[in-house]
Structure formats: C-alpha cells, structure tokens
Design a protein around this ligand. Sequence first.
Ligand code: ZN
Length: 272
Amino acid sequence: MRAEDISLEISTNLCRMKFHSILLVMLVVQSCSSASTNKQNNSVSQTIQSPEKDVKKDSLPPEKLLPVRPELVDVQIVSSAIKVDLKYTYSDNFIGDTLYFLIKKAYLQKDVAQKLAEAQRLLTAMNPDLHLLVYDAIRPREVQTRMWVALDSIPVSQRVNFVSNPKNGSIHNYGAAVDLTICDGNGKPLDMGAGFDDIRKIAYPSMEKRFLHSGELTQLHVDNRNILRGVMRKAGFSSIPTEWWHFNSCSRQTAKSKYKIMETEADIFSVN
Ligand SMILES: [Zn+2]
C-alpha cells in the first residue's frame, strides 16, 4: 500500500467518523495535505464504499501508528507471545462492518496488560505451543453505542447479556476488559463450540453443562474453555456467565474510579 493511500484512508475514515476533537482536526489537515495530489483518483470512492477491503489489520507500518495515551499499552509490547486479531478492525464481526479506523493494536491499561501477560505465562507453562489470541481490548464508547443500536431488535433486558449499555459504560471502554481465545503456534484458534460474539446460549459458560449433556457441546469444547478460564482467573480476571471469550480485570465501579473512560477512538491517542 502506498503512503499516499494510507494517508488518504486515514483522511477518509476520519471524515466518516465525524470526529471533532482538535487532535483529529490536526490529523485531517495533515492527511489531506499529503493526499491532495490524489483527490480526484477513482480509488477514493472505492475506499469510501468498502473500507474493509483496504483497511487491513496490521497494514500500517509502526511509524504510521498514532501515539497512544501514556497510561495505555499495546499488549504485545508487554508480552510478545500474545497474538492479536482485532475483529472490529475489519468486517469479520457480528456487525459485518469495520468499526475501528484508528485502533490497530490491542491497547489496555498497563496493570491490566500485566495481568494478561501473566495469563500467557501460565498458558505457556502448561503448553508452550499455546497462545492467547486477543479479539478485542479497549473499545471506545462510541463503538459500544453502535453495537448497542445494531442489536436493537433484542429487548434491552436481554441485550445487556451481549453488549453493555453504553449509557452505563462498558469495562472495555476503560481498557480493563478483554475478549480473547486460545490459539496454537500457527494462529489456529481452539474449538470452543461457539464462535466469538455468538449470541446463542451455547456460548454461555453458565449453560455448558446443559449443552454438554445434550451433545451440542463436546468435552473438548468445555475443556478448551476451562483452559482459557483457568489461566485468566489465576491471573486475576473474572469471567461472565454469557460470553466464554469476555474477561474483566475489575468491576465497572473500580474501572470508573481508576481509569478514564474513552469516548472516541481519538481519546485513545495523544499528541506528543
Ligand atoms: Zn467483551
């Protein structure tokens, strides 16, 4: 991908997300300036129509990544054994569309990332071929809102089982929750019997016994989930009854008192 295209993508995406912060105004000016020679190029409309085709995960070289806020850290800096496949940076997610345009790495609060590194150490000690595979880490509240709206056919009382109400804030919004699975050395995820963001009850940890009894989950599925829960709990995370992939580092109340909530993608980055 050419540098001009990268700049143009950032510009297009920024315009689409309608950010209004000073930081982004600066970025838009910078990006528009470097991309000005290509404004009439047909690839512009292609990029607008199908950003997921062009905005690939990890497609930006490190020097193109925005500087992250000092209290946050890329989990792969803390533990290089942790693998990352951010599902909302492209369209392989329950919305079927790209939700992140600036986030390219799995960022967490530093103490939360340290806990995750400990979970990876425990996993490696158990089997050196296994790795944590992070699907989502910090998530701004504006994206939480988009997810909430996308599921508006589900009554609020049930919807909170899958997406936290953005009004209250999700622990993801503070960088203190993580969605993840386990993969082998080739990056192939273990079979958990239900996929990431599967809203069916078969994804509920609380109903594993029932599905094991009915044969819809196998012992291997439950064993794999137990490996994930085991290392995450030992490292200090807690699981929830409705998603096998979601883990909290602390309660929402603690997150609120310790960390700043990230309202937009721009909040996650700072200007140095
Ligand atoms: Zn989650």
